[in-house]
Structure formats: C-alpha cells, structure tokens
Design a protein around this ligand. Structure first.
Ligand SMILES: Cc1cc2nc3c(=O)[nH]c(=O)nc-3n(C[C@H](O)[C@H](O)[C@H](O)COP(=O)(O)OP(=O)(O)OC[C@H]3O[C@@H](n4cnc5c(N)ncnc54)[C@H](O)[C@@H]3O)c2cc1C
Ligand SMILES: *[C@@H]1O[C@H](CO)[C@@H](O)[C@H](O)[C@H]1NC(C)=O
Ligand SMILES: *[C@@H]1O[C@H](CO)[C@@H](O)[C@H](O)[C@H]1NC(C)=O
Ligand SMILES: *[C@@H]1O[C@H](CO)[C@@H](O)[C@H](O)[C@H]1NC(C)=O
Ligand SMILES: *[C@@H]1O[C@H](CO)[C@@H](O)[C@H](O)[C@H]1NC(C)=O
Ligand SMILES: *[C@@H]1O[C@H](CO)[C@@H](O)[C@H](O)[C@H]1NC(C)=O
Ligand SMILES: *[C@@H]1O[C@H](CO)[C@@H](O)[C@H](O)[C@H]1NC(C)=O
Ligand SMILES: *[C@@H]1O[C@H](CO)[C@@H](O)[C@H](O)[C@H]1NC(C)=O
Length: 604
C-alpha cells in the first residue's frame, strides 16, 4: 500500500486516488477533485459532496443557483423544528422555537396532506432517522437526521434543469421529491439537494388523443405534482365521467414514483398498471435536457419510465395517460376479528378460505384490498371491489367463500354497498391513510401457480409473518387479466406480475431513532424471516419496487426479471455517471450509502 506510514487517511486517499484515476473515464463525469474519497474496511469509495467537504459549493455558487431558480431555493429545516429551541444543522445552528407552529405540526403530524405539502418531509419517518419529531420539551435536540439540506421548490421545467445541472456539476446527492409517500426512503437522503415537484399541478383532458401511439381515445395530461384525488375528481366531473388507473391511495402522485414503479390499483384487472396506460412523458434527463418520450421518440426511455424504477432515468415533468369511462360499481366490507373468534385455529382456517379464493376473485374481475394482523388476530377486507358489477353479481362471486365460512362455523361482519360510479365507491369504501409513523416495510407477490400448487405453504408463511410481530396489507388483482397479452411487454414491469394474484406489503414497526443494533435486527428480520417466508412459499412471485424491502436479495431479478438487462443499458445511456440515485434501481450496483446510511458513494 502506498503511503503506509502516512497513516490511515493518507493511505486511503492515495489508494483511492489511484483507483479513481484508473477508472477515470467510467467514474468521471466529474473531475477527480469533486469526489470525496473514503474507505470502509478494505473497500475504497468515491463519494458525493456534502456540507463541510472541500468540494461543497460556496455561498456564491448557491446564490447564483438561487437566482437561476427564481429565488425558490430554501434551506431545509425538519418539520418538527418549531417545537425545539434550535435546529442544529450542517449549515449551522438556527433558533426555531415557535409555539403556534409547533402546535400546528403536532396536531397535523399524522395528516397525510399536511406532510405532503411540506417541502421535503418523508411520510414514513423511518428513513428520516426521526431526529426531530414534534416534542413537548423544547430543550431536546433537533438535528437533520437523514433529511436533505437544501430544497428547490421548482415552479418551471427550467428550475428542474438548473437543479439537475447544479447537482451534476458539483457532484451533489440529488433527490426528487413529489408527495414524499415513499416507503423505501427514496424521497429523502442525508445531506442532499432536493428538487420538489409539487407545484406542477396542470391537468388537461382530451376526448381524442392524437400522438405517437396508435390510440385515439380519451386521455389526460398531468403535471408532475398532481395527486390521484385531484385528477379523479376532475375526471368524474366530465360528461360522461372518466376514470384512470391510480393506486388505492388517493394522495399518491400519479406522475412521479407511482408510474415509474408500475402503479397498481383497483382498475389493474381491466387496464393493467398505470405504466401500461401511459402515452407520453416530458422528462428531463441527467444531462439537463428536456425530452419527449413516447412510442416514437426516445422510445427506450418511454419504456423504462413505465415501471423501470423511480428516479433512475430522469425527472418527469408531465405525463399523459389513457382515461376510461367510469362504471356503476359495488363493494363489500368484511371483518373477522377477536369479537368473532379468539380461537387461532378457527381464525386461520377462515384466512385460508378467504385467500384460497384469490384466483377466483381476480378471474372474476374483483380487486380486493385487505389487511391481516393490524389489530392482533384480524382479517380486515376494506373492500372487495366489483367494477361494473351489481351488488347481486358481486355477492355471487363471494358466495362460495361465505358458504365455506358457514361450514366451519366462523362468524364475521360484512356489509355491501352500491354506487353509480367506481369513483364514488373509491371515496366511500377505502379508508383514509395516515402519515408520520415509522416502520420498515417489505413485500412480495404471490403467483397464481403458488395458490394453485401449494396454498397451505402460503398460509403458513402468513403465520410466520404475524408471529414475527409484523403485519400485512394485501392487494388482489391480475395485471394480465384485462390487458391483451401483446401489450404486456409495452412497459418495463417484471413480466412475472402478469401471473400474480396477490401483492403483499409486510410491515415491521420500529422507531426511526431506535438504537442501531435494533435497526440491524429489524432489517434482518424483514429480509430473512418475514419476506423470506413469503418468498419461499411463493416461488412464482416477484417483488414490487415501490412496496418492498429496499435490501431485497437478488433485487435485479426480484424487481425486473428478464427486463433487467435492457433497463441497465437504458440507465447507462441516459445517466452513466449516477446523477440520480434510488436504492435498488437499475445501474446502482456500485453505489452504497456508507457511514450508517449517510454518504452516497461509488465503490471503487
Ligand atoms: C399509504 C400508501 C398507499 C400506497 N398505495 C399504493 C397502491 O395502491 N399502488 C401502488 O402502486 N403503490 C402504492 N403506494 C406506493 C407508491 O407507489 C410509492 O410510494 C410511490 O413511490 C409514491 O410516489 P410519489 O411520487 O407520490 O412519492 P415520492 O415519495 O415523492 O417519490 C417516490 C419516488 O419517486 C421519485 N420521483 C417522484 N417524482 C418524480 C419525478 N417527477 N420524476 C422522477 N422521479 C420522481 C422520488 O425520487 C422517489 O424515488 C402506496 C404508498 C403509500 C404510502
Ligand atoms: C466560490 O467558488 C467559485 C467557483 O469555484 C470561485 O470562482 C469563487 O471565487 C468562490 N467564491 C468565494 C467567495 O470563495
Ligand atoms: C433564495 O432567494 C430568496 C429570495 O431572494 C430568499 O428568500 C431565500 O432565502 C434564498 N435562499 C437561500 C438558500 O439563500
Ligand atoms: C441515525 O440514527 C442512529 C440511531 O438509530 C444514530 O446512531 C445515527 O447517529 C443517526 N444519524 C444521523 C445522521 O442522524
Ligand atoms: C401503429 O400502427 C401501424 C400500422 O398498424 C404500425 O405499423 C405501427 O408500428 C404502430 N405504431 C405503434 C407506435 O404502435
Ligand atoms: C378451535 O377451532 C378448531 C377448528 O374449528 C377446533 O377444532 C377446536 O376445537 C377449537 N378450539 C377450542 C378451544 O374451541
Ligand atoms: C345500484 O346502483 C345503480 C346505479 O346507481 C342502480 O341502477 C341500481 O338500481 C342499484 N342497484 C341496487 C340493487 O341498489
Ligand atoms: C410447499 O411449500 C413448502 C414451503 O416452501 C415446501 O417446503 C414444500 O416442498 C412445497 N410443496 C410442494 C408440493 O410444492
């Protein structure tokens, strides 16, 4: 090793400099001097620039950026800071206590829309590191945790371009933040510069789309910041009422992470993923160029943006999707909990019956949203959705399950409702969700074949999940049911999804500021106990990049299957130097967040 006697740092620096120099063309994009060289164990890393590093831009540069983005550059202060005397951030300490602001953030902490409208808040706080939650003791310490340092509240495409260019030229960690819903912590990141897209709120409908695709039906073009409830409300007001594919959660954005991960929802049985319904994107790539991506222009990028992974190929400025006529719909709620039975054997027998009908449900066009273990020993189906079905038709699909319940003598609570549109059902029968909680989330999907071949293994796996102190959210749909098979390859989602009948999220609750050893144990439990049980029981399943363990083993295969090699090539074409980063997305093999999840570095 060169410079051995110079001590650890000198040696590491020299070694790393050599390694960088050897790879100069592939690492590059940035000059050698704009990397921070670090070492961990025997590995060397070239890291992005953070406050305090010599390559961090000086004030003059930041002020110049601020002028370019119309004065929309802000220092990020964690949302809980008004409850503390001061916020001790990497750019210095500022006094922050403000009783009114503290009361406001405290009373709204679990309100999704409140958190969404903050510049950089992460709705699931685990990956913020929870170092500044609202408190009643102002002398507690508030630090940055894994939050970004600066935020551009972008108002125009030019602001986004300026942010991308600045991050690329100065080798900064860059985060795109839309609603902050991300379960995997991808819309936060220690010491980063954020581009917030929430201001992009345009919604424009057309009855006859004219564009690069051979599609002439109705469509909608939405800005990057539009949320599902906004576009669905306006679509419902059209004559006749229209609908589009969104998630079951009305506050998730429709042109950000959702479509780039795929985007499944109650309409997936009929039209596939949101990604399957995309007609065009306006997108800014890592070189700062605003591009149109559709079936004819930049068609590789168009394909990759449809399920190839969030924040991997560019920043979407606007997206155009197919819309569809809405239909009368009916729904059913079902609950089985300890008020019905405390007998675990009987309860799991009921779950086995319910879940055994998953293929039957989706083959009959149902969408089923359910939770198991959210209130101890409970099954909470809220709701079964029959789009275009009368209550009698929906009841007929469910009847075999109810008959089987009667045979084993389980009681339950159930109710049925009828609506003139799916939109009305969506608003009435789905529960509103909350923000501000901390948990590790994972997940896996169950193949049709797994249900048919070895259903008891699946129920055993569910018991393992609950036995580990975790709980589950399930979504039954079939992305291959309504979409013609010749269109399955039009988007980049894992082809395995087309034969999946249930998509599960697993949740391991843990405070974001828990001791590191507890975090390591929880991550190990998620990967190697909870999700491992599902993976083993459902070998025909795969994982969904938006609702999964960030450290999913063999992630390339799990998330994208046979599409991965093509996605990797497209990533290398549009972002060869890693301007963008989101964990476990195409082309990030050499990138790691070292030093307890802080510095983003490229392994040399
Ligand atoms: C309560 C809840 C319910 C959910 N229900 C569903 C569901 O039914 N179906 C489903 O498919 N998913 C669902 N999800 C998961 C959801 O798809 C992801 O959380 C998704 O990443 C959210 O995207 P966002 O843009 O709203 O959020 P953000 O957290 O702001 O962004 C998520 C990711 O997308 C990137 N990103 C955001 N905007 C852009 C952009 N304009 N250009 C490039 N990259 C961008 C971010 O950098 C980040 O990596 C749910 C999540 C939650 C919390
Ligand atoms: C800030 O950085 C720029 C570019 O590196 C340099 O030209 C300028 O002199 C610096 N300004 C100050 C005040 O250090
Ligand atoms: C950017 O400019 C605006 C308007 O002049 C100012 O209010 C804001 O504090 C500036 N941001 C930073 C980080 O200096
Ligand atoms: C994050 O939290 C862990 C404890 O879970 C702590 O050890 C670490 O210092 C924190 N890091 C930051 C940057 O807040
Ligand atoms: C549109 O249809 C024409 C004629 O059938 C076909 O040649 C062309 O490839 C199609 N284009 C797209 C984008 O599907
Ligand atoms: C629990 O339910 C199972 C299955 O119905 C039954 O065999 C068993 O006797 C029940 N146990 C008790 C204590 O009631
Ligand atoms: C259900 O709603 C539809 C549309 O509003 C209506 O036509 C139908 O009569 C209703 N059916 C029942 C059983 O209530
Ligand atoms: C069913 O799954 C279990 C658990 O993964 C496995 O051990 C068993 O071999 C499987 N049985 C069949 C018939 O596939």
């Amino acid at each position: 090793m060169k410079g051995g006697v110079l001590g650890w740092l000198g040696g590491a620096l020299l070694l790393a400099q050599d390694a960088v120099a050897q790879e100069a063309t592939s690492v590059a994009g940035n000059e050698l001097s704009s990397w921070v060289l670090r070492r961990r164990g025997s590995a060397s890393y070239a890291c992005k620039c953070y406050p305090g590093d010599r390559c961090w831009p000086n004030n003059t540069k930041w002020q110049k950026l601020n002028a370019t983005v119309g004065g929309n550059l802000q220092v990020n202060i964690p949302p809980g800071a008004p409850c503390y005397n001061s916020f001790k951030g990497p750019l210095g300490e500022v006094k922050t206590y403000n009783k009114d602001e503290c009361d406001k953030v405290t009373s709204n902490w679990y309100n999704e829309q409140f958190q969404i409208e903050l510049p950089a808040a992460g709705l699931w706080t685990y990956f913020t590191n929870d170092t500044c939650r609202p408190t009643t003791n102002p002398s507690d310490t508030c630090t940055l945790g894994y939050y970004p340092v600066l935020v551009i509240m972008a108002k125009t495409a030019a602001h986004i371009q300026a942010g991308i260019n600045f991050a690329r030229e100065n080798n900064l960690r860059l985060i795109i933040r839309n609603t902050g819903h991300d379960f995997l912590g991808r819309s936060v990141g220690w010491g980063a510069l954020v581009i917030n897209t929430h201001s992009f709120q345009d919604i424009k409908f057309t009855n006859q789309y004219r564009g690069a695709c051979n599609y002439s039906g109705s469509a909608v073009t939405v800005g990057a910041g539009v949320q599902a409830f906004q576009v669905l409300k306006q679509a419902n007001a059209l004559k006749p009422p229209k609908i589009m594919v969104t998630g079951e959660c009305a506050t998730v954005g429709v042109a950000g992470g959702l479509v780039q991960g795929g985007g499944h929802g109650p309409l997936t049985n009929f039209y596939g993923f949101l990604a399957d319904t995309a007609l065009q994107f306006k997108v800014i790539t890592a070189d700062g160029v605003l591009r149109t991506a559709n079936a004819k222009t930049n068609s590789d990028l168009f394909w990759a943006l449809r399920g190839g992974g969030p924040a991997a190929f560019g920043v979407i400025v606007e997206a155009t999707y197919k819309t569809f006529d809405d239909k009368p719909s009916s729904g059913v709620h079902l609950d089985i909990d300890t008020s019905h039975t405390t007998n675990a054997t009987l309860f799991w027998e009921a779950v086995r019956i319910f879940h055994g009908y998953s293929t039957h449900f989706v083959d009959n066009g149902l969408y089923v949203y359910y939770e198991i273990g959210t209130a101890g020993q409970n099954l909470h189906v809220h709701p079964f959705v029959g789009i275009g079905k009368t209550p009698a038709e929906l009841q007929a699909v469910l009847q075999p399950m109810f008959d089987d319940f009667a045979k084993i003598g389980i009681t339950y609570t159930s109710s049925s409702a009828n609506y003139s549109t799916f939109y009305d059902l969506y608003n009435a029968m789905f529960e509103t969700e909350v923000a501000g909680n901390s948990a590790l989330t994972g997940g896996w999907t169950i193949g049709r074949k797994d249900v048919e071949d070895n259903h008891s293994a699946i129920i055993n796996a569910f018991q393992t999940v609950l036995g580990a102190g975790s709980f589950m959210v399930g979504h039954m749909w079939s992305a291959g049911h309504g979409l013609p098979q010749n269109e399955w390859g039009n988007s980049a989602v894992n082809p395995r999804f087309r034969n999946v009948v249930d998509k599960l999220i697993t949740i391991v609750p843990l405070a974001g500021n828990a001791p590191l050893a507890d975090k390591a144990a929880a991550q190990d439990k998620l990967t190697n106990v909870v999700d491992a049980a599902l993976r083993n029981a459902a070998p025909n399943g795969c994982a969904y990049i938006n609702e999964a363990d960030p450290y999913e083993p063999n992630w390339q295969q799990a998330f994208w299957g046979t599409n991965y090699p093509a996605l990797l090539k497209i990533r290398q074409k549009y972002d060869p130097n890693g301007v963008f980063y989101a964990v476990s997305t195409p082309g990030t093999e050499k990138w790691e967040q070292i030093e307890t999840g802080t510095r983003l570095c490229r392994k040399l």
